[in-house]
Design a binder for this molecule. Structure first.
Ligand code: HEC
Ligand code: HEC
Length: 320
């Protein structure tokens, strides 16, 4: 795949942006037609159809048949495509973005995550989408419509639906369920819009000069500080300066879950783990399994799989 460009994500799995052919939609401004709604009409439609008066979010099922496909992501795990992500929005929103460089109040975005399966085809190793793991929904809210509702805030409503149960919205707190992984694009309206060329030049221009999470160059000596770049969207090395994750200053010799002022999961707080060379190694190799149920597991499940990188990172952390 000549266009394969390792993009990076907080989850530290390699992510490839499939540069899809967007055909004639690229480069030309969408003409205003009867289906073009203005911003107020978009908001009115969204809040009538997909959000109830208390701020509960419904899955807009028609996305797959009636909306525009903005783009796709392939998420790799050990050279295999594990999941395929497709992102969709109503056509009017796409037109609004192409004219204004941003989404309007009431914009709805759906990301469908499907498990992928692959085998050798006449094109080479090719993967296709199978069953749905989850749907993510974001609904733009410039008015702060639902104060106190924990799935609304920072300009959006944040919804999650599991493949097996599309009728039930499953997010309970967007700060825990969503924000950690979207922190790298905090100043881009919380969106990875640069991956959707169909939105036009304003979206593409948002691509980061330096990927949010960088992979070491093959052959280059591994520096712990460079590997730590993958942690900085959530962890600082300044004492007591907590972010999405706790400060890692002085982590060596510390009992897991014991830094004051950070709200840990019960799993981490109640574990008997003391951080040192061996326990850090096990946590970073198996973020889900070493302390089951800890909150880092679903934000950064991939950990650090490459042995030299992990070793260099741990020496770096032990020195801080
Ligand atoms: C494990 C990290 C992670 C978590 C947790 C997460 N996201 Fe995302 N999300 C991403 C990344 C990275 C992308 C873009 C790349 C991709 O899909 O791999 C993305 C893309 C999206 C998109 C498509 C629009 C865009 O920004 O590109 C939507 C919609 C979305 N997420 C909604 C949510 C909602 C709602 C939640 C919480 C219920 C959530 N996400 C939780 C990492 C995450
Ligand atoms: C997307 C956010 C995120 C990223 C990226 C992340 N972590 Fe975490 N980390 C967390 C959260 C949240 C916790 C708290 C977990 C809990 O309470 O269950 C945590 C906890 C930890 C702890 C336990 C600290 C303590 O005080 O007990 C260590 C060690 C750790 N992370 C190391 C790392 C390292 C090293 C990296 C980079 C390779 C990293 N993390 C990347 C979110 C993240």
């Amino acid at each position: 795949m000549p266009h394969t460009q390792p993009l990076l994500r907080t989850a530290l799995r390699s992510v490839i942006l499939l540069t899809l052919s967007m055909g004639s939609a690229m480069g030309q401004r969408a003409p205003a037609d009867a289906s073009t709604l203005d911003a107020a009409a978009i908001a009115a439609r969204t809040y009538a159809r997909w959000v109830d008066s208390r701020g509960n979010i419904l899955l807009p099922k028609e996305f797959a048949t009636d909306w525009t496909h903005l783009g796709s992501w392939a998420v790799l795990e050990k050279d295999q495509v594990k999941d395929l992500h497709g992102v969709y929005a109503p056509k009017e929103e796409l037109q609004y973005f192409r004219s204004n460089g941003r989404f309007p109040d009431g914009a709805v975005l759906v990301k469908e995550v499907r498990h992928a399966r692959g085998s050798t085809h006449t094109t080479g190793q090719a993967f296709w989408a199978e069953d749905v793991a989850v749907w993510f929904v974001m609904i733009k809210d410039e008015k702060g419509r639902f104060p106190g509702n924990p799935i609304w805030g920072d300009g959006w409503g944040w919804g999650l639906f599991k493949g097996a149960d599309p009728a039930r919205q499953a997010a309970t707190d967007y700060k825990k369920d969503c924000m950690g992984c979207h922190t790298p694009v905090k100043d881009k309206d919380w969106l990875y819009a640069y991956a959707y060329p169909v939105l036009g030049p304003a979206a593409i221009a948002q691509a980061p000069a330096k990927p949010a999470v960088s992979a070491a160059k093959p052959g280059a000596p591994t520096s712990g500080a460079a590997v730590f770049e993958r942690c900085v969207s959530c962890h600082s090395l300044t004492p007591d300066k907590h972010g999405i994750g706790p400060s890692l200053a002085g982590v060596a010799g510390r009992k897991a879950g014991s830094s004051s002022g950070f709200a840990y999961s019960a799993a981490m707080k109640n574990s008997a783990v003391v951080w040192g060379r061996e326990t850090l190694d096990r946590h970073l190799r198996d973020v889900k399994g070493f302390i089951p149920g800890n909150n880092m597991a679903y934000m950064f499940a991939a950990g650090v799989q490459q042995e030299q990188e992990r070793a260099a990172l741990i020496e770096y952390l032990l020195s801080k």
